[in-house]
Design a protein around this ligand. Structure first.
Ligand code: NAI
Length: 345
């Protein structure tokens, strides 16, 4: 029986993990707290830990886990920017769930976009109070608009397909353009200049942090709608707020926020929010915030649990070899994931 400390556990996580855990002989110890230097001791006596996007897996945490004999860090997410992979290399294997439902995220991006552009959030509140006025609810047609997609991986490609269904002109930017995809790739500046809507679907890396900053916003069309369902750090939120106040940015749809770790996923309704920037953004009539909800569909939760449990099982059964391992042997994670045919260390 493999013992797994499960951090940042939520009620909606448990049913699928219990189901697959019992099938694969894993025992989960659920902790509602997030993993960080203060809570890492909870992993003592466990063989593996299971973490999500806002758990802190830095070098100090990794060293303590290594000291306690933890052999595996299993991310139940696709993104892994919260894990110090160079620090883990040679000590603890790291696995993730590369894809669980790219449809869930792409469809949420579209849901946010439609809600924002057609003012559904405002109409919903109005009609509940029998206010049937249409004043201030004017939107715009998607058809014929130009949407710029940054990052054309699994989620970006699905988002593009949906946008094409609306009759939108799609342009895209990616470091590694997908060959023979029929996607019109353009340099980043051109995308910023030409797009009516910009949707972010690239990972957060040192290169992409604050990809959308004051300089980038300056290049955009007046009234641009920005959608971020990837990672909060892709956007300099202060610059975004300034862009909104200057009426340059027409609307923002945010499922992620750079400082979300202490706020998102929790009920803070009875509290005074200390984050003035987030409060100000939420107070804007043209900003919609969801709290990292894009992944949250039944299909995705099932896939996450099944893949995570299989990842853990295969790492222990195959002595550290797992198809979904992230490692830093070559210092280039993307390349490593494509070329690795044996265990990393
Ligand atoms: P993917 O790995 O399939 O695609 C990412 C794409 O971004 C790749 O084509 C890559 O070449 C490109 N890219 C990397 N650096 C870039 C750069 N500097 N400029 C432009 N493109 C760049 O990833 P996938 O599955 O499509 O996910 C995208 C992101 O969505 C993840 O990194 C994650 O942060 C986020 N995500 C958010 C979720 C949510 O619930 N809000 C759930 C799942 C993922």
């Amino acid at each position: 029986m493999i013992k797994v400390a499960f951090f940042d556990a939520k009620a909606y996580d448990k049913p699928s993990f219990e189901q697959y855990g019992s099938l694969y002989d894993l025992r989960f110890k659920y902790f509602e707290t997030k993993l960080n230097e203060d809570t890492v001791d909870l992993a003592k006596g466990c063989d593996a830990i299971c973490v999500f996007v806002n758990d802190t897996v830095n070098a100090a945490v990794i060293d303590r886990l290594h000291e306690y004999g933890v052999r595996l860090i299993a991310l139940r997410s696709a993104g892994y920017n919260n894990v110090d992979l160079p620090a883990a290399f040679g000590k603890i294997h790291v696995v993730h769930v590369p894809a669980y439902s790219p449809y869930a995220v792409a469809e949420h991006a579209i849901a946010l976009l439609l809600t924002s552009v057609r003012r559904i959030h405002k109409a919903y509140n109005r009609t509940r109070e029998f206010n049937f006025s249409l004043n201030g609810l004017t939107g715009f047609d998607f058809h014929g608009k130009t949407v710029g997609v940054i990052g054309t991986g699994k989620i970006g490609r699905i988002f593009i397909d949906i946008c094409r269904g609306f009759g939108m002109n799609v342009i895209a930017h990616d470091l590694f353009p997908a060959k023979d995809s029929g996607i019109a790739y353009v340099p980043l500046d051109e995308l910023l200049e030409k797009s009516d809507i910009i949707s972010l679907h690239c990972p957060l890396t040192e290169d992409t942090r604050h990809l959308i900053n004051a300089a980038a916003i300056e290049k955009m069309k007046k009234g641009v709608v920005i959608v971020n369902t990837s990672r909060g750090g892709l956007i300099d939120a202060e610059a975004l707020l300034e862009g909104i106040k200057a009426r340059k940015v027409g609307a923002a749809c945010l499922d992620v926020y750079e400082e979300e770790a202490d706020v998102f996923f929790e009920d803070r309704s009875g509290h005074i929010l200390n984050d003035d920037l987030l409060s100000r953004l939420i107070s804007m009539p043209n900003v919609i915030v969801t709290s990292h909800q894009a992944f949250l569909t039944e299909e995705a939760l099932n896939n996450i649990a099944e893949t995570t449990v299989k990842n853990i099982r295969s790492c222990f059964d195959r002595d550290g070899m797992c198809d979904n391992e992230l490692c830093y042997r070559c210092g280039k994670i993307e390349q490593c994931r494509k070329e690795r045919k044996e265990k990393c260390f």
